[in-house]
Write a protein that binds this ligand. Structure first.
Ligand code: UGY
Ligand code: MN
Length: 246
């Protein structure tokens, strides 16, 4: 359905909204039995890459050019990496942080979709480089953002300056909203996981729903309010813990 050229997707200087009808699938080195949807990359002005990798049963993804975070959206996979002799099993909500030069193979046991975030690592003097992390989002403690119990945040990565980015889930009860319009130097990659609402980006207000991807560039004015009868939940990346001139 071509929809006469209409889409909710929008590409602006300081933000990008990509809706599933505009996703384009491509092969990637290290990816067999699957395709990648590259949502944002340095080519668009971002300092990181975020994609969704779609794997058929038996499909594999091996290490990329730099550190990465894997977050399983759907399916069942195993992860082989050197810190354990056993394979790690990952299902929806399962995630892993893989440091730079940490060889690994992710294998799909059934058709699966995985969010992949990659960022060239910025070491910090006097700090050890971050180590492999594995977990399940549903097992993490959640905290109320600015004391609002209707807006719960779960941090996938440990609170340590060793990490040069953060990745969180944010869950909004129906009607909950960010308490302020945020404008900050950090950029964001956001994947809407459940529900929806209205995202303000720059001077535009967008209806946004599960499956959408958003990039917010540095200083992009941003605000979200959840609309509907079920919670809205998103996965959000931001560069973190480093001086702006580092
Ligand atoms: O962490 C953040 O900056 C987050 N509150 N931003 C957002 O949800 N757009
Ligand atoms: Mn923000």
């Amino acid at each position: 359905m071509h929809n006469l050229g209409h889409t909710r997707s929008s590409n602006k200087r300081d933000h990008l909204l990509l809706t599933p009808d505009t996703f384009v699938r491509t092969p990637l080195p290290g990816l067999t039995g699957g395709l990648a949807i590259v949502h944002v990359a340095p080519q668009a002005g971002a300092a990181f890459t975020q994609m969704t990798v779609e794997l058929d049963a038996g499909g594999e993804l091996t290490e990329g050019p730099t550190q990465r975070l894997l977050y399983v959206l759907e399916g069942e996979l195993t992860l082989k990496e050197p810190s354990s002799k056993k394979l790690h099993r990952l299902t929806a909500g399962g995630y892993a942080y893989l440091p730079t030069e940490h060889p690994h193979t992710l294998t799909a046991k059934k058709a699966s979709r995985v969010a992949v975030i990659e960022k060239p690592f910025l070491p910090l003097e006097g700090e050890r480089n971050p180590e492999f992390v594995i977990g399940r989002e549903q097992d993490l403690p959640s905290t109320a953002l600015n004391g609002d119990k209707d807006l719960q945040v779960r941090a996938l990565l440990p609170a340590s300056l060793a990490f040069d980015f953060a990745c969180n889930t944010m869950t909004y009860a129906p009607g909950a909203a960010l308490s302020q319009v945020e404008i900050h130097y950090m950029e964001h990659g956001l994947l809407m996981l459940e529900g929806g609402g209205i995202y303000r980006l720059g001077d535009s207000w967008y209806p946004t729903t599960a499956g959408d991807f958003i990039w917010m560039g540095p200083y992009c004015p941003q605000w979200f309010g959840a609309i509907g009868k079920k919670p809205a939940k998103y996965l959000i990346y931001k560069d973190f813990n480093r001086h702006t001139l580092a």
